[in-house]
Design a protein around this ligand. Sequence first.
Ligand code: F3S
Length: 395
Amino acid sequence: MGLELKPEEQEMLEGKHGKAARKAMEIITTLGEIYGAKRLIPVSSVQIAGVSYDNLGEAGLEYLSEMAEDGQTRVLTTLNPAGMDMLEWKKHGIREDFAKNQQRVVDAFEKMGVVTTCTCTPYLIGNLPHYGEHIAWAESSAVCFANSVIGAFTNREGGPSALAAALTGVTAEYGLHLEENRIAQVKYEIHADLKNTDDFGLLGQVIGKRTGKTIPYIVGIKNATTEHLKSFSASIATYGGVAIFHMEGVTPNRTTIPDVVEVVTDDDLRTARTELDDEEAEIDFISVGCPHASIKEIAEIASILDGKTVAEGKTVWITTAKPTKDLAMKMGYYDKIERAGAFLVADACCAVAPLKGRFTGLMTDSAKACFYARGKNKFKTEIRTVEECIREAIS
Ligand code: F3S
């Protein structure tokens, strides 16, 4: 039996709710048919990726403008990072022509009713589903965090399919929307000392590479903060393509425990660190906040930078969500960071901003940021703790 549609869904497909809703429903039903879904299910939250004009280009912008002619979101929808801080882009060295186009992208989303705050940590700023809720998110680290740490149900959507879910309020029921596809397949015993976000990023790199798309069940992690888990989610999704993990005593999903066992040791983490450390890296760019920094991380960074000055020839980006930046302004953290010569950058990140050719060496606490810095921007990289990154900036 094929995909069954409810009357309203059928109406959307027939164009009775406008052109954009028809296109959106075509995308969703096509995906549903490809993946053998039997029905569509409502989603309560959407997060759309592919927002940077650097990735979208003119063709992407044209598509969005067309959808914005009569498209309207039906559920809470936020955006992934754009290519620049939507307000302070000039002082971050973003070109005017790029800024104009990026603004046109965000305007198109806004016209459709999208809440145009651009972040990969929507769960820190109010786009927060609960356990068991079906959602349609696109950014890989956020998807992994939502499925694993929150226990919400989402596939990793592409930009167009996430927008389609926003405009119809539904998604096709397949993949990680079904309990049976969320069961752990390999057990990972962690015999390693994990202290900081960089360690959790390296753990994600080790497990991600080994596990590929098989779902891990991780044991041996005694304490993990939200910051650790967002770093881990980003890294395991980047290096392994896995969109869900289970962590015993930490994450909420029910699963059986697999018989196949893998072990991760301190040596594995050391090897992973060596892989991300380019010996000849000359650090001229320090970026923290991948995934976007929490207010707790920003407070810590502000206290290290307070009264200090960023060394000449070095640029520092602390990337975060706009509402978190606003809070940092209220709390005086922004002033401490910016007085030191570092930038608190909202709405953007070091991977999706147009930074190619501007720097040669990135120091970061994020294994995911290293991946994109090398691949997309051809920077050399070094991975350190947040504190070491900031100390490097002022040395
Ligand atoms: Fe977020 Fe950009 Fe990192 S989207 S996870 S800060 S690469």
